[in-house]
Design a protein around this ligand. Structure first.
Ligand SMILES: *Cc1c(COP(=O)(O)O)cnc(C)c1O
Length: 397
């Protein structure tokens, strides 16, 4: 098989070898059920405790505020559904944004069917929430604000501290989907006034199918899964011990390497962006120039179909992602790209490249050359491009 160049780290990451190694003993050696009383079970239980402490520490939280789930989507569902139920006597209004992950947006649609009212905030052309619009949207019956920490498509980082302060001033619960941000930018739940935070293991070189919801002490949220007494009776079910152990290891690594790793990714990403913008005509960078995840680049190429670009990159062994939602079975362009004001035809020609801890400059050089070649080939086949060039040349004469 051809060597794979993996530039889709926002979709998922490679589980780090040390993470796999840390997990392995918890499959067939320390396999006891953490709820049992014998020593074998104690080993599993202690491993969970250690992971919980590592994760809590990374957020400046207490370990009894971390509740393990089966991933980011579950954490998002739990946060929203349980929070509105708990506070519905105060009101039925929720505020979120137009650029959230579907785990939030589709949960909000569900809440609307259940009689809640949801305001979806606009974002500016860089994908940043406008604080003035947020303040104006707040009503006496607003019970929850949910704004993602960083966007999974365009990488824009939100002014989370300011949003947290606004929520706190008004006595409104604040949830953030930090699946993309955790491990990439420092987060303090206290400094940012975060009441609930979602995260997922497989986005930071941990295993898939494990996540957590941070729930601030004092919040009376109902259980997400009813059953046994696991996760302080709020999320029943025998714990995913290997997953939790791997997640703890992944967070430990992410915290330790954050400064160096993100500096290296940022430098390579800036090099990639610089070359693409300079060497390919009719292209734009989507998302905020500087307030963005260190590993994210998102481009729109005029006169190009994003899906065709992806397929041709795949033939060269390059894993990337497009801005349209075709992969999920619909032909609509991404709601995020539309929300930052891109017309449909531009949004359709989008490409997301998300770097990882193993990405090299040689890989970036190869990828830029391939993109240049493929974009030109696709444009040469595009009647729209031909028309455009004819008009351009005509105009010049
Ligand atoms: C990946 C992702 C999720 C979903 O996490 P899963 O663990 O895959 O369920 C939610 N929100 C954001 C921003 C994501 O990037």
């Amino acid at each position: 098989m051809k060597k794979v160049i993996y530039l889709d780290n926002a979709a998922t990451t490679r589980t780090a070898p040390e993470v796999v190694e840390a997990m392995l003993p918890y499959f067939s050696q320390h396999y006891g059920n953490p709820s049992s009383v014998y020593a074998l079970a104690g080993e599993s239980k202690e491993a969970i405790t250690r992971s919980r402490e590592t994760i809590a520490q990374a957020l400046g939280a207490k370990s009894n505020e971390i509740y393990f789930t089966a991933g980011g989507s579950e954490a998002d569902n739990w946060a929203l559904k349980a929070a509105v139920e708990a506070y519905e006597s105060k009101g039925k209004h929720v505020i979120t944004t137009k650029i959230e992950h579907h785990a939030i947006l589709h949960t909000c649609e569900y809440l609307e069917k259940r009689g809640f009212e949801v305001t979806y905030l606009n974002v500016d052309e860089n994908g940043v929430v406008k604080l003035e619009e947020l303040k104006k949207a707040i009503r006496p019956d607003t019970i929850l604000i949910s704004v993602m920490f960083a966007n999974n498509e365009i990488g824009t980082i939100q002014p989370i501290r300011e949003i947290g302060e606004i929520a706190k001033e008004h006595g409104i619960l604040f949830h953030t989907d930090a699946v993309q941000a955790f491990g990439q930018v420092p987060i303090s739940v206290d400094e940012y006034h975060i009441d609930m935070l979602s995260s997922s293991g497989h986005k930071l070189n941990g295993p898939k199918g494990i996540g957590f919801l941070y729930i601030r002490t004092g919040l009376k949220l109902r259980s997400f899964v009813h059953g046994g007494a696991q996760e302080r009776k709020r999320r029943a079910g025998t714990e995913n011990v290997p997953g939790i152990v791997g997640y703890g290891k992944a967070v430990e690594r992410a915290v330790e390497t954050m400064e160096e790793r993100t500096a290296k990714e940022r430098e390579l990403r800036d090099y990639l962006v610089g070359r693409v913008l300079k060497e390919i005509p009719f292209v734009r960078l989507n998302g905020h120039r500087t307030k963005r995840l260190p590993n994210n680049a998102n481009f729109s190429f005029q006169f190009v179909e994003g899906e065709s670009l992806l397929i041709m990159l795949d033939m060269e062994g390059i894993c990337a992602s497009s801005g349209s939602a075709c992969t999920s079975g619909s032909l609509d362009p991404s709601h995020v790209l539309l929300a930052i004001g891109l017309p449909h035809e531009i949004a359709h020609g989008s490409l997301r490249l998300t770097l990882g801890e193993e990405t090299t400059r040689e890989e970036i050089d190869f990828v830029v050359e391939q993109i240049k070649k493929i974009v030109q080939r696709l444009r040469d086949m595009s009647p729209l491009y031909e028309d455009f060039m004819k008009r351009e040349n005509h105009g010049e004469r």
